[in-house]
Design a protein around this ligand. Structure first.
Ligand code: URA
Ligand code: URA
Length: 232
């Protein structure tokens, strides 16, 4: 007789059978996260492996000449299933040294901004448009952005956040395929392939222009509201 998938008893029987098998294999405790597939479409472990293999690929990347001057490839970091993802521009000197995004002066400000939203830094995911430090912190070139963008796109696809907050002009312009100024872009909600995207100023810009702190805080509150909206 064919199994009736709607038959609750058969589902419970299958679960019981699974647990018995696990127990015979010596498993006597259940993991805290009994994670089924969710919007990410794959079980937790498998999905983390994908981000790790992308990182492994990025670490050896020689697609543009930035590989010649770098000390480290600065791949994204954070919660691989974050609801909120921040996208910056490119690593600076400190990031290049440590191989971790946003750990220098603007990184410390970003951490405080995230915490002010009531969120821990380790709960979000933080990536950059370009994974290697441009010499003397110059702007990334169009060719460098083009070569590095697939890494960013794959990270967005795998983390599958509900909101992306872009930091500064390069991140917003790259993802939204626009040349509009930061002043025109910020404070608005865009759609990035079904993911809400809110552009705001780069923390490095806030360190130079204190008058942009207030609008940035408005943008971050908007990000928080969009995130909260998905939890209702
Ligand atoms: N809490 C999470 O779990 N993820 C986020 O991105 C933000 C808050
Ligand atoms: N500025 C960025 O845009 N990214 C970093 O990782 C650090 C500083």
């Amino acid at each position: 007789m064919a199994e009736d998938p709607m038959n609750r008893n058969s589902a419970l029987d299958l679960a019981l059978e699974f647990l018995k098998q696990q127990n015979e294999l010596g498993v006597d405790t259940l993991p805290i996260h009994f994670a089924g597939p969710d919007r990410h479409g794959s079980p937790e472990g498998e999905f983390d492996d994908d981000l790790e293999s992308l990182r492994a690929k990025a670490i050896n990347c020689q697609a543009c000449s930035l590989c010649e001057g770098r000390s480290s490839v600065v791949f994204g970091e954070g919660n691989p299933r974050a609801d909120i993802m921040f996208v910056g521009e490119a690593p600076g000197a400190e990031e290049d040294r440590q191989g971790v995004p946003f750990v220098g002066a603007s990184g410390q400000l970003l951490t405080r901004m995230v915490e002010a939203m009531g969120v821990a830094r380790e709960d979000v995911y933080i990536a950059n448009v370009v994974n290697c430090r441009p010499p003397n912190n110059r702007d990334p070139l169009p060719e460098e952005i083009e070569k590095c963008e697939p890494y960013l796109i794959r990270q967005i696809e795998m983390v599958a956040p509900v909101v992306i907050c872009t930091l500064g002009r390069f991140a917003a312009q790259t993802l939204l395929k626009t040349t509009d100024s930061m002043g025109r872009l910020r404070g608005k909600i865009f759609d990035y392939h079904g993911v809400k995207l809110v552009p705001t100023y780069h923390p490095a810009a806030l360190l130079r222009n204190a008058q942009w702190k207030r609008p940035t805080w408005e943008d971050l509150k908007l990000v928080r509201t969009l995130y909260d909206g998905t939890k209702l």
